[in-house]
Design a binder for this molecule. Structure first.
Ligand SMILES: NC(=O)c1ccc[n+]([C@@H]2O[C@H](COP(=O)([O-])OP(=O)(O)OC[C@H]3O[C@@H](n4cnc5c(N)ncnc54)[C@H](O)[C@@H]3O)[C@@H](O)[C@H]2O)c1
Ligand SMILES: O=P(O)(O)OC[C@@H](O)[C@@H](O)[C@H](O)[C@H](O)CO
Length: 491
């Protein structure tokens, strides 16, 4: 292997402060992680390495790439090492992290993955597979059995219950957890680290629905075992980690002195709150800085509704105004005002006992203003049809239930999202280049009469109840001409 590439052979070329906290050769697999994306590397992997250093138990993660096989290849070439650069306006600091002990592809390595999930050494599974990875129906929130990929996996797993080479993470979990019951039967925990409201119960729900729909001879027994022996704790994960750019890779190579094809960069802030609801032995993440609490709901709602909710709003407004990154938006004369105003409007929907919303908003203004982080609005604005149900729709419903009015910042954010879903004739995609699995359905909403477009779009989010709120939809539609002119009409 080339010494110019990050790997075991090039570790001694690194500056002392850029070296891993633990010896990568000592890692033993205890965790299987689905979703070998940027966030996992800069978040759960970092906590796991810190816990390994603190406890002296070198926990290894076998990371699974559900789609892109090239990332598995790169991880293998680099002996599963990668760097995380912490970026702030004061400077940036890369460090190589030793937490991964293997990498597999979901379908190419199906047999090895199944063996691992039913092995006694693995006690925890984690996931960062985006909202798309859960295959939920937007209106009901349940597993969408009509989704072609889920339907295909159900078909495969009916024909071959134990050995099906399935293509979705939900099906892989259902099949391999059932195989674990059929072989060692030892308890295990499965931890969703995606930005979903009640992510533990959402994940438990889709896995159970797959098992029930598969109709295996032992499906009922598997469902009972999932209840008694498999934990699905909820978690709140927080660290801003943009997709890695070519410039990030070049900077990592220059700073480290070796090439790192898996480099990621993130902000200094990081938080991981986990529900104390594990059934099996787990990594001692509390020694790596994670918090364990009995109920994560107040942390989860505050984070999703204030951070992610305002992030989405900034993304759509910023795109309308011609900005590229979140820091660009915060540099306008309206960015911070929007974050504060939006937080004040959402505050009434947050449970007691969580962080103070207005102080939280101030911390967001500071984090979002970090101009060493280049978080593209197009990335945040993509998949809006799957993100907005938990970022905005639940908030709007709670306000209706309280008979409270929808605030001007929420209405403006809704209008900006609507504007960003406009079809772009030249590209065939969305106006600003955001991507969304519901692009065609969203584009279809622009075909009817202009009045009614916001209601039609809300229906695509599975929010027929909000679509009937004429005050909301008309107020949002009234803002569209300003947004189309590149003006953000913030009061
Ligand atoms: N990046 C962040 O700042 C951040 C912060 C908090 C939480 N998160 C959570 O982590 C998730 C992933 O973020 P990331 O930055 O790693 O993104 P990424 O694009 O780098 O990685 C996404 C991962 O999800 C997988 N994936 C995508 N679509 C899938 C599908 N349909 N089925 C199964 N797997 C699929 C990809 O293969 C990849 O492994 C986010 O969607 C969010 O829920 C991210
Ligand atoms: O990662 P996504 O695409 O689901 O959402 C974009 C951002 O809102 C999100 O990544 C935040 O930066 C993150 O949740 C902060 O912890």
């Amino acid at each position: 292997m080339s010494e110019k590439l990050l790997g075991l052979a090039s570790l001694n070329r690194l500056d002392q402060n850029a070296r891993p906290l633990v010896d990568p050769r000592e890692l033993r697999p205890q965790v299987v992680h689905f979703g070998l994306g940027a966030f996992h590397r800069a978040h759960q992997a970092v906590y796991t390495e810190a816990a390994s250093e603190a406890t002296g138990q070198a926990t290894g993660i076998v990371a699974v790439a559900p789609r892109d096989a090239s990332v598995v290849q790169r991880a293998r070439e680099q002996d599963y090492l990668f760097s995380v650069t912490t970026r702030s306006p004061g400077g940036s600091q890369p460090r190589v992290v030793a937490a991964l002990s293997g990498a597999l592809h979901l379908s190419h390595d199906a047999a090895a993955l199944d063996t691992l999930i039913r092995s006694a050494e693995v006690s925890t599974i984690t996931l960062t597979v985006t909202e798309k990875g859960y295959h939920r129906d937007p209106a009901s929130g349940r597993l969408n059995l009509a989704d072609p990929r889920i339907a295909a996996d159900l078909d495969l797993s009916r024909k071959n219950p134990a050995d099906a080479v399935v293509g979705t993470v939900v099906a892989r979990l259902a099949v391999s957890l059932a195989n674990r019951l059929r072989t060692i039967g030892a308890p295990i925990d499965v931890v969703s680290c995606d930005n979903l409201d009640g992510n533990g119960s959402v994940l438990a729900g889709v896995v159970r629905e797959f098992v029930a729909a598969a109709g295996w001879a032992d499906s009922d027994k598997v469902l009972d075992w999932l209840d008694t022996s498999v934990g699905f704790p909820s978690t709140v994960v927080d660290r801003i980690v943009p997709a890695t750019s070519a410039a990030d890779l070049a900077e990592a190579a220059a700073r480290l002195g070796v090439q790192d094809g898996l480099a990621v960069a993130g902000e200094p802030y990081s938080q991981w709150v986990l529900q104390n609801a594990f059934r099996a032995a787990r990594p001692a993440w509390e020694h790596g800085g994670a918090q364990f609490v009995d109920d994560v709901a107040s942390y989860q709602l505050t984070k999703l509704r204030l951070l992610n909710g305002s992030h989405s709003g900034l993304a759509y407004l910023g795109l309308a105004a011609g900005c590229r990154t979140i820091a660009d938006v915060l540099a306008t004369d309206w960015g911070a005002t929007f974050v504060r105003g939006y937080a004040a409007e959402v505050a009434a929907t947050l449970p007691n006992g969580g962080p103070d919303p207005l102080r939280y908003a101030e911390s967001l203004v500071a984090r979002f203003s970090n101009n060493a982080i280049h978080h593209e609005l197009r990335q945040i604005g993509s998949d809006g049809s799957l993100k907005l149900p938990q970022r905005w729709v639940t908030v709007l419903r709670d306000l209706r239930e309280q008979a409270s009015p929808v605030g001007p910042n929420q209405t403006l954010a809704l209008a900006a999202w609507a504007h960003a879903t406009r079809p772009d004739a030249s590209s065939g995609g969305q106006l600003f280049g955001t991507t969304d699995p519901a692009t065609a359905a969203l584009a279809g909403c622009w075909r009817g009469s202009p009045s009614g477009v916001v209601a039609r779009l809300l229906n695509v989010l599975g929010a027929a109840d909000l679509a009937e709120d004429a005050d909301l939809t008309r107020s949002a539609e009234a803002l569209l001409p300003d947004l189309a002119a590149g003006h953000v009409p913030l009061q």
